[in-house]
Design a protein around this ligand. Sequence first.
Ligand code: C2E
Ligand code: MG
Ligand code: MG
Length: 630
Amino acid sequence: MATDENTNQSLEQLPLVKALHYERLSQMFWALQIFLLVATVQRMALGRVTAALALATTAALLFLSLWLLRQQRYQLAATWMLGLMMGLCYYFMWLSDGLRDEAVLGYPAILVIASIIGNRKIFIGLLVVMVVSLLVLGSFNSLGWYETRQVESNINVAILLVLILLITAYCIRLLINDIRRLMTQLNEENQRRRDSQAQVEALVNHDGLTGLPNRILAAEQFDLMLRHSQRQGQSVALLFIDLDNFKPINDSLGHSAGDEYLIQIARRLVDEVRTSDAVSRFGGDEFVVLMPDLPPDESIIGRADEVLQTLREPMLLQGHELSTTASIGIAIAPADGTDFATLLGKADMAMYESKRAGRDGIRYYNTSMNNDAQAQVKLISDLRKALQADEFSLHYQPKIDLKSGDLCGCEALLRWQHPTRGNIPPEEFIGLAERSGLIVEIGMWVVQQATAALSRFDAQGLPELTMAVNVSSLQFRRGNLDRVVEQALTESAIAPHRLEIEITESMLMEPGEDIDHTFHRLQALGVTFSIDDFGTGYSNLGYLNKMKIGTLKIDRSFVSQLQLSPQDTAIVTAIIQMANSLNLTTVAEGAETQAEAELLAKLGCTQGQGYYWAKPMPEEAFITFAQARQ
Ligand code: C2E
Ligand code: MG
Ligand code: MG
């Protein structure tokens, strides 16, 4: 009984059943309204005004159930509708022919409706009220307390009617229970089918051991990615990864250790790649990573190297510390093909190339990319060691106030003294450091060194200078730039406004909550911001005010053309005028001649930075330069 109740209840909760109830109730409503209308007209025609009035009133009251229905209060709407109809039938029995009145026929009809749209409680409630009402009317007639028009209306007729009503109710109940049971079964069956379908799909599309997508799903993912990337004019990279030492591990430590090893590798790969990338396993020790949305000029090598790097980290497996390496082959769509199987074959070939070349490396299918790629992989691994090996240093380039000619600040510029290649210019390694993520760590070092140098300048008795440092957008997005800056300022006891953070225009256009967040935290600290290479990016000037930028650094390309190109002179003039009216400082970058410096001062530019005054120089040279200028 309890379970029956439960299934009934859960059935009532089903959206399908709810919708059905709603539909049936509103159909019932309109059917009843039509019936009441016809009956009212008919009674009027027969001159039975009281009856017509009762019918019309019922029709009006019935609208309450429509309103309840719209409020989604189905049971209340049903109760009201059925109770009203029952009351009407009973009223007609009293008014006219008692238990012989045709209104008695309404009772079974109401029960049928109740079983369709109401719940068990409404059904039983109505049945009880009906039985009592019939017995009351029969008794009143029998006892002579109340006379209806028909003589034969009495308690015997009432009992007969009650019996007929009970049998009808019982039959309806049986029928409805059958329907309910069938619906519940159907629903359960449906759910089972959906579950098993999902299970089959998961089995077909995923690798049982690691839970990663398998070859079938990877092919689908690739097609989707390629379609999306091509619309954006971008590429998809396919990295074919084969572990270098899986076989010996599996052979010596056993299959369960081998399985555990693969699961850990899978987890590392998933943690390493971006959310838009897709990792899959092709059986054995072969994994494939798909990287979509690569801009045409972006080299994938930095990210492939990051993957290699995570795989290289030693792994603890059943008490053994294992070193792991992998060989990676890369093919790029659409350049190397747009068909998944073709691309996979090419990446596979490249992977074998990498194995042949001594494992633990990366190879492109496109051999022309290989020399470049190998050199970059080497440079990234050198960069990784450079911080520890103390190969970086900072040079400082003075900034001069163009009105007074005083030294007012400097920009810290990074230098890398490579052990074998000598001095490597920032253009060559900054991009690589950004792509491999190393810039976060290097940038942290720059901030610490620059603020420490500034406090040494103070100690040497130099005037109060500002210190500009260059910051990449990755430092805003990853890492904890705000805390790094805060700590550096505290340690060096430098007032925040003396630290100027140079960012590029394009960075301000990059969307991202984390960028905004870091930006505002830094602003709250009180450091200032300047836009580097101004004029070369997208000039959406709205951000200048919004982001409270303090300084614009006019790009060297305009300054060096000042006297040669009237257009560039116009651009520089416009930038300076705009900056002045917005109360921004302007710094002209890369002035190399006296004529340029004089023209810039005449145009109203605030500061200058360039070879004309001084090249970037090491700390001691800078101090000497500053002291000589005092
Ligand atoms: P930048 O921020 O625009 O730096 C100015 C560059 O112009 C410096 O090149 C500087 O040496 C050079 N320069 C200054 N005056 C003159 C001049 O009169 N004539 C010429 N031809 N060049 C001049 P550098 O030091 O090679 O730096 C290049 C770029 O590397 C910088 O451009 C900056 O974007 C980036 N960079 C340097 N250090 C860092 C760093 O610590 N972090 C980051 N994220 N980027 C850095
Ligand atoms: Mg700069
Ligand atoms: Mg610049």
